[in-house]
Design a protein around this ligand. Structure first.
Ligand SMILES: [Zn+2]
Length: 338
């Protein structure tokens, strides 16, 4: 086959770009990096406030960026200890790594170029605080008070939740999330706001992207389809998530792989080390701090009611329903383990 000069030029251009960005030396500030541009965003049609819409758009992009970076780098030897640090020694085997990767892939998409998966686009963000949890759903629930107004015994409130609404995957972000920063702000001035230590206050409680990533772990088409069990909330924040991974009770340790915040901390740990080109000291328990911005540790999802078809291949004559498992078209869904 004879290639036109145009084709040759195009190939040369691609090679030049690859050479300019060899793996490992990628700079986050680069504008034209392929993995940072193409994305499928969640549905924001219900959000009328433009400022909030912009913050949620950036938050979603940042969440995909963090997860894609973790996915890209998690096999490096450098990050083997990071896996055990957050997921515990039971989850360093190939099967667990495959599941953890599966969850991130379900969010990021088939490649690691930053493309958000199709599932993202099938998730709607609602403006109203639409979930009124019962005490069966979450401990503080009274069947009357909407989620964001529920206070735990320390007076703390939740930040966001994943809960089906209007027959589809849905998320709501409470008001306080909109005071939080984006990735550009965090990484400015050599990651000044990220600091030198893994910190709940500085990282997840001041980063919309982390909150977005957490909620998507509860989306069964992302979390459950990857790990084959519902992803719940057994522990929140950096300190408690690490404690869960080293708990003396093996059954508790095993819950790390179905704990939403564990995925967030693992991804942030890898991504921030890459972005900031430095390592961080271990987290301390920040719960007693006077200026603690901790959210309530209440669950922010209700998996039993979130997946009414129980993850079955949910198809009609016209094809798969909107949030059916991805592989239902050929009727080959792998059975869940929960
Ligand atoms: Zn959660």
């Amino acid at each position: 086959m004879v290639q036109s000069s145009k084709q040759v030029l195009a190939i040369a251009a691609v090679l030049a770009v690859v050479q300019a960005h060899p793996q490992g030396s990628f700079q986050f500030g680069s504008i034209n990096s392929a993995w940072a541009v193409k994305r499928t965003l969640y549905n924001l049609d219900d959000i009328s406030d433009q400022d909030r819409k912009d913050k949620l758009t950036q938050g979603h992009k940042d969440a995909v960026t963090i997860a894609a970076k973790a996915l890209e780098k998690m096999d490096d030897d450098k990050y083997k200890p990071t896996l055990e640090y957050w997921f515990g020694k039971e989850h360093t085997d190939d099967d667990s790594v495959k599941k953890i990767k599966g969850v991130f892939k379900n969010f990021v998409g088939d490649n690691t170029d930053g493309t958000g998966s199709e599932t993202n686009g099938k998730t709607t963000i609602y403006n109203d605080d639409y979930w009124v949890p019962t005490d069966k759903e979450i401990k503080e629930g009274d069947g009357k008070t909407p989620f964001c107004s529920l206070k735990n015994k320390d007076g703390k409130t939740g930040a966001a939740y994943f809960k089906r609404f209007k027959d589809g995957a849905a998320i709501h972000f409470c008001d306080k999330v909109f005071d939080r920063a984006n990735l550009d702000t965090l990484k400015a001035d050599n990651c000044a706001k990220i600091g030198d230590q893994v910190s709940t206050k500085k990282w997840t409680k001041n980063f919309i992207g982390a909150n977005v990533l957490h909620e998507f772990m509860h989306n069964p088409r992302i979390g459950r389809d990857g790990v084959l069990k519902n992803i719940r909330d057994f522990a929140y924040d950096a300190y408690q998530c690490h404690q869960l991974a080293i708990d003396s009770d093996v059954e508790k340790r095993k819950t790390t792989i179905i704990n939403a915040d564990t995925y967030v901390w693992y991804a942030l740990d890898i991504a921030f080390q890459e972005i900031c080109s430095k390592q961080f000291s271990e987290p301390r328990d920040e719960r007693g701090d006077d200026d603690s911005a901790s959210d309530s540790d209440s669950p922010d999802s209700s998996p039993e009611t979130d997946d009414p078809t129980n993850g079955a291949c949910d198809c009609t004559e016209s094809g798969c329903t909107l949030d059916s498992r991805a592989c239902c078209a050929n009727n080959s869904c792998k059975p869940f383990e929960d």
